[in-house]
Write a protein that binds this ligand. Structure first.
Ligand code: GLA
Length: 411
């Protein structure tokens, strides 16, 4: 360690460039202080993605108002690849991306957005395209030259590889390439990345792939798709591992892809309560008003993007209704009441029952003793004070989401 730091200081002393010194054992810091927000091609387009689509998605990101809400990454997932050239340099598919990736990056950056790509730590991606195994530094350099800002790195076709070593190798390669790139780890939670990936990536998938369904696991033989609730139950207990710069990733969103509006609202709200990266997976060029209203609700997004960066938790469950908390800056709190049953329920917000303590922020919330005002973030309505209990009606598979502010005592 001592020798390493001495070498670092010598480099620092003689170097006149601002690129990272000691380009090993380090990830790009400061890139994901709040959970990354953007869009990715996989959930809607899968293999069928072209330059034309990506450009029109980038256009829609701005014209729909999504960019203004904070969604900045436009990410191409699997199936953009062509062959490697004679020198082993990866190229894009010339039919799908005739203008090349550099020009596409310029187009996206020209809109004030950022550009993401996908690769795999093995010899091939999950869809059988060339992976980065044996080409890590070369690929990272190519991505940096193209102007990539985000890399999702998958885990298919890696039979003899060690997850930590493989992801560390690509982290070092990205750092050495000299361009700040968000590093998104995707090994589906198979080797508990929450225990080792904080210093390697900015986010890590905690589960298998999401499907467009609310509450069932679909088994397709050698792979399967998880429902929203199956993912929630796996991701929720991992809150102690998440924080600014290193997030649990319960996968890309399925809002707008076919679930009922209430299910979409619950899905989006729970992702925000879990401080999840918000990577849209629908066709944002053609959204219903209901989908747009969900994805662009700034009050709800602010729960996800809260600078404290503390993942919320399920505080208690009663009669199929879950009460979730998330501590926020300035001693504020979010409370999500999620009706996990298909039937509409009337519940009482009983302030005494809702007293809680968070052992990450070491803060307690006592709306009974300390008066708070609260706002319903889906209706936009200020609900008054916590001076008396409230009755709330919540349809099946739907949520109510509140933000609480302490009322300042006057002298
Ligand atoms: C894996 C990932 C998905 C997606 C596909 C692409 O299944 O988990 O998110 O990237 O590969 O092939």
């Amino acid at each position: 360690m001592k020798l390493k730091s001495t070498i670092c200081s010598i480099f620092a002393a003689v170097s006149v460039i601002s690129l990272p010194l000691c380009s090993y054992a380090q990830k790009w810091d400061q890139l994901a202080k709040t959970p990354p927000m953007g869009w990715s091609s996989w959930n809607k387009f899968a293999r069928n993605i072209t330059e034309k689509d990506i450009k029109s998605i980038a256009d829609a990101m701005v014209s729909s108002g999504l960019a203004e809400c904070g969604y900045v990454y436009v990410n191409i997932d699997d199936c953009w690849h062509g062959e490697r050239d004679a020198n082993g340099n990866i190229q894009c598919d010339p039919d799908k991306f005739p203008g090349g990736m550099k020009a596409l990056a310029d187009y996206i950056h020209g809109k004030g957005l950022k550009f993401g790509l996908y690769s795999d730590a093995g010899c091939k991606t999950c869809a059988g395209e060339p992976g980065s195994l044996g080409h890590e530094y070369q690929d990272a350099k190519t991505y940096a030259d193209w102007g990539i800002d985000y890399l999702k790195y998958d885990w298919c076709n890696t039979p003899d590889q060690n997850t930590k070593a493989s992801y560390r190798l690509m982290r070092d390669a990205l750092y050495a390439a000299g361009r700040p790139i968000v590093f998104s780890i995707c090994e589906w939670g198979s080797t508990k990345p929450w225990e080792w990936a904080g210093e390697i990536g900015h986010m890590w998938r905690t589960t298998g792939d999401i499907g467009c369904n609310f509450d069932c696991y679909k088994n397709y033989g050698d792979w399967g798709e998880m429902g929203v609730l199956q993912i929630v139950d796996k991701n929720e207990p991992l809150r102690h591992f998440a924080g600014p710069g290193h997030w649990n990733d319960p996968d890309m969103l399925e809002v707008g892809n076919g679930m009922a509006e209430n299910e979409d609202r619950a899905h989006f709200t729970l992702w925000c309560m879990m401080a999840a990266p918000l990577i849209l997976g629908n066709d944002i060029r053609d959204m219903s008003d209901a989908t747009k209203a969900i994805l662009t609700n700034k009050d709800v997004i602010a729960i996800d993007q809260d600078p404290l960066g503390i993942q919320g938790w399920r505080f208690y469950t009663s009669d199929g209704v879950e009460y979730w908390y998330k501590p926020l800056v300035d001693n504020e709190w979010a409370l999500c009441v999620f009706n996990r049953t298909p039937d509409s329920k009337e519940v009482e917000l009983d302030w005494h029952e809702l007293i809680t303590y968070d052992n990450i922020s070491k803060r307690s919330f006592n709306p009974e003793r300390n008066l708070h005002s609260f706002k319903n973030l889906w209706t936009g309505k200020e609900e008054g004070l916590t001076d008396k209990n409230r009755k709330v009606k919540i349809p099946g598979y739907d949520v109510a989401l509140y933000r609480f502010k302490p009322v300042k005592k006057s002298n």
